[in-house]
Each structure stands twice: as C-alpha cells, then as structure tokens.
Ligand binder design. Structure first.
Ligand code: GAP
Length: 531
C-alpha cells in the first residue's frame, strides 16, 4: 500500500537518515535539503538505473557532464532571461509573497484578498564571477541542465562522429529561485535533473516523441512506479514553455498532492540549436528564434544521404531526481500488520485517541483549520483502528498537534502496540535499495559468530560490490524491523549451525520467509533473487 501522505514519507526520511533539512543547525534554509547516508545511496541507485537504461542499454546515446556556470549569453539566447518567469503577487496586509497561480486569489497566510497585480519574477539565481561584482561580471546558476547539452552539440558531434538520430544524456544540479518552495522534495530551489536531448531528422520528431513516451513509461515501471499511477497530460498550446512544439507531462499520483508533474517530455523542434547558432537566416529554421549576433557556431548537421545541411529537431525527456525519489519511496512504503493485536490493547488506544480528539476540538490555541484537520484525521484513523494504528505518529506530528498535552498519553499507549504488532517496510526494487544485505550474528558476544558474520559482510561488500552492513545492536526481530523500514531486501543470520556446516539463514524482506543456504552461495543467491 503506497504512503498515505507526504508527511509520512518526510517523517521516515528524517528518522532513518534519508533526508535532512539543509543547514539544520542554523534553523534550515527554505527549499533546500540534504541527502543523508541512506538517501545518497537511494538517489545514486536511481541515477545509475536511469543512466544504465538510457545510456548503456542503447546504442544511440552519449553522456555528458557540463558545468553549472555558463556564459551568460547562453541564457540570453535560450530565452530564459526573458521568459523564465513566475507570476509574483504581494499581500498588502501581511506582506507575504506568493506565486499567483498557486493561490486562489487569497493570501494563504492571512486570508486577505488585498493582493497586488501579478508581475513577472525571473527564477534564475545570479552570482558574480571574479572579484568585482558589477553588471558585467554576473553569471547565472543554471536552471536546467539542458543548455549545457545544446552548447556542446557541435563538440559531441565532432568527437564521436554520431549520425542522426542520437542523444546526449546528462544528470546534474539545477537551481530555481522558486517563490514558494513547498511539499518536501517536490518543489525546491536546488535539485538534480536527469535530462536527455535526443536529436532527430526534422519530420521524424512526432514518431520519436511517441517512442520516448513509451520508453520513459517503461523505465518508471522498472523502478516500481506503475503506469496505473501516471497520467499522460498532453499540455495545451497555451500552457507550453517558450521552446516547446508539444509536451507530454507525466503526472504521478503523489500522496497529499494528487497528480503532479514528475517528468516532462518535450518536443523542442529546432528552437534550441537554431537559437544558439549564427547565420540563422540561412539555416532554414522552422522555429521562431531571436537574432543571434554573438554565437560563433552553426549548430547544424550534414545529412550525407541527401547532401544537405539540416538543424536537427529535439525530443527532451526531463525528470527531476527528487520527485523521482519521492515517487519511489511512496510506492515502496507499506505499513503492515504482522500479527493481530489483542482487542483490549486496540481498545485502550481507541480510548486515548478519542480523548485526544476531544481535547483538540476544545483547544482554542490552534487555528480552526488545524483543529478540523487533526480531528478529521483522528476520525479517519479510528474508523479502521487495527489497520491504521501506525498512522498515529503522523497524526501527532500534524501542525498544531504537538502542543496538545494528551498527545503524549496517546503516544505512550500506541507506540508499544505499533512496535509489537506492525512493521513499516519499504518494498524497494532490490537494485534501488540503499543496503542490499544486512548480516547479524545470533549472539554478539560469541567470537566465532561475530567473526563469521563480519567475514560475510566484507566479502559481499568488497568482492561482490553489494552494499552490506553488519549489525549486532539488538535482538534479531528488532534488527529485521530496522532493515525492513529502510528496504533492505535480504537479512542474513549467522547461528551455531553456521559454524558447524557453513550455512546461514536468509530472510526475505517482503515474504518474511527464511531459507537456509550455504554462506558461500550468498552472492549468487542475492543476485538471482534481485533480478
Ligand atoms: N529542460 C526542461 C526542463 O527543465 P521542467 O519541466 O522545467 O523542464 C523538468 O523541469 C523536471 O525537473 C520536472 O518534471 C521536475 O521533475 C523537475 N523540477 C522542475 N522544477 C523543480 C523544482 N523546483 N523542484 C524539484 N524538481 C523540479
């Protein structure tokens, strides 16, 4: 069962070290996050999966890693200086600043409708290059990785002798000064993109656009985000970006948010290569571009078969790593009842939950909106309490709930029941799991068990290149739960029988079944089961 809310994911991410707010020790920085020890593994695995599928498994793709800082003229001719704007409004009452298309004519902070007219706000961050900060020395932090690819089109063509159609893939940071960053990793100011610019013969672009749509949906499926959770939105003409001829937005059904963009697949015609070229008049461009007197290159391609020069058309699949990370976590997330809790324990929690809801309903210190939201959530949990019991922790983390005194009592009654009867598990695809194998000795003070378990760990980690951890800091049942929560597909226990005959037990995360196999066959076993 996917996650019920973004809060649920954010809470797991913080608790287990996937994601931290940036600069936490100084109160954070809005719209910026850090990937912790498990987060960086999951993120790298997502990126590696994207790279393998789009670069290594194809024979029509090259890779690139262009710089973040580029000549300012790139952003002039790409159209970003003029058009990369969001509509900004000010609230005259509380001085809040908002993105006009994200609010419904009312200030979300104070509720006032006394707002200024929207005005364009350019989202590119500026920085100064060199010791003197003046109007000539500034540069932008790139708001998309795509332009690094267009600016290198002629370099890649010359150094690889590629023929159309071919693509250039790149993963890297992008920066956008979002007016209101929000919803955890969904809308942030610093993020990574996985982008492809696929160059095709003019006239074949529509066919390639459809092929890329299919290829991308297959990849999402391969990482555990099913087609049934993605809607393909054919962006209407008046909603297209300045470069786009046609765009399919892949809309994923995020918890809390509903369907929102996870990837854009744009057909960019010859707009970009044409915009960055000199002698545009002689290139036979189909896109309308601004005159360029600064470029020293003609970004076209010699079509040998027809003895002519063409400016390739471009199909661009572009996905955000953070939005992908959220979708993967959301699909993998599950709270399972492991064994039915006794009725008296559930009823004790129900009593505490009802007292909590009553106390919230009477509390005048929190806003009416917060009160209604908490009470509604408490009722939702209570409607199927045996099943929803683990959601009590998120209920207690809702805005306004932390100040309710009886919340502590509710947590005190609910937590032991959750620990005993439920487990949180991430059903991540094994190739994405931050840790592939966890190894435990049955007893931590037995030299033979410890040494064999540590040997297995280092063998899998060093020789088989599988992220493997050793843990002996609790009872085996507790260690299983800990690994379930971070999505480790296999837990290996070394016991006394292991010392006698070289076998170990392997416990499967999803089925919770155990098998006894020879320790020396572990690598092969894990590889086969991970396919
Ligand atoms: N080169 C095309 C381009 O950048 P985009 O639709 O603006 O297109 C592509 O961005 C993807 O980047 C989006 O589908 C989304 O996944 C991600 N993205 C864009 N803005 C983001 C933000 N502020 N925070 C997180 N991800 C973002």
């Amino acid at each position: 069962m996917p996650a019920a809310s973004l809060e649920q994911l954010a809470s797991l991410c913080k608790r287990r070290g996937f994601i931290y707010p940036s600069s936490d020790i100084y109160g954070g920085l809005q719209g910026v996050f850090d990937y912790g020890p498990l987060g960086v593994e999951l993120k790298n695995n997502i990126i590696n999966s994207w790279w393998s599928t789009n670069v290594y498994a194809r024979d029509d793709m090259e890779g690139l890693d262009a710089s973040i800082l580029m000549n300012r003229l790139v952003w002039k001719y790409s159209g970003h200086e003029e058009t990369f704007n969001d509509p900004l409004v000010d609230c005259r009452q509380c001085k809040g600043r908002w993105r006009a298309d994200h609010i419904k004519g009312k200030c979300p902070s104070c509720g006032s409708s006394d707002l200024t007219d929207p005005r364009p706000f350019n989202m590119m961050f500026k920085t100064a290059i060199g010791p003197v900060a003046d109007s000539d020395s500034f540069a932008y932090l790139r708001p998309e990785t795509a332009q690094g690819i267009f600016a290198n089109f002629a370099n890649v063509l010359a150094t690889t002798s590629r023929k159309l159609p071919f693509g250039i893939a790149q993963v890297g940071k992008a920066f956008r000064n979002e007016i209101n960053p929000r919803n955890f990793l969904f809308r942030v100011r610093e993020f990574e993109q996985m982008e492809i610019e696929f160059f095709v013969m003019p006239g074949t672009d529509e066919e390639w656009h459809e092929r890329w749509l299919e290829d991308r949906l297959s990849w999402w499926e391969s990482i555990g985000v099913p087609r049934s959770k993605i809607q393909v939105y054919d962006v209407p003409k008046d909603g297209l970006a300045h470069y786009s001829k046609r765009t399919y937005d892949l809309m994923y059904d995020y918890p809390t948010l509903g369907y929102e963009e996870i990837e854009g697949i744009a057909s960019r015609s010859d707009y970009d290569l044409g915009s960055h070229s000199r002698d545009q008049e002689n290139l036979g461009l189909s896109a309308k571009v601004s005159p360029n007197r600064d470029s020293i290159a003609k970004l076209n391609y010699y079509d040998q078969a027809n003895n002519r020069h063409v400016v390739p058309f471009v199909i661009e699949p572009s996905a955000g790593v953070g939005r992908c990370f959220l979708a993967v976590l959301s699909e993998a997330y599950d709270e399972q009842l492991v064994k039915e809790p006794a009725v008296d324990k559930v009823e004790a929690v129900r009593g505490a939950l009802e007292s909590f809801a009553k106390s919230v309903g009477r509390n005048e210190k929190i806003s009416g909106e917060q009160r209604d939201a908490i009470v509604a959530q408490a009722e939702h949990i209570g409607a199927n309490l045996a099943h929803n019991l683990p959601q009590i922790e998120q209920l207690l983390a809702m805005p306004g709930a932390d100040g309710i005194e009886v919340g502590k009592k509710l947590r005190g009654v609910a937590q032991p029941v959750v620990d005993e009867f439920y487990r949180t598990v991430l059903h991540l695809k094994p190739h994405l799991a931050p840790t592939k194998v966890a190894v435990f000795p049955l007893k931590r003070n037995h030299d033979g068990l410890v040494s064999m378990a540590k040997g297995i760990r280092s063998d899998l980690q060093m020789n088989a290149n599988m992220r493997t951890v050793y843990d002996d800091t609790g009872a085996i049942g507790k260690l299983y739960r800990r690994q379930d929560e971070i999505g480790t597909p296999f837990c290996v226990t070394v016991d006394f029988e292991s010392l006698e005959n070289g076998t170990v037990t392997v416990r499967d995360r999803d089925s919770m079944q155990q098998e006894r196999i020879l320790a020396k066959e572990l690598e092969q076993y894990v590889r086969e089961k991970s396919r």
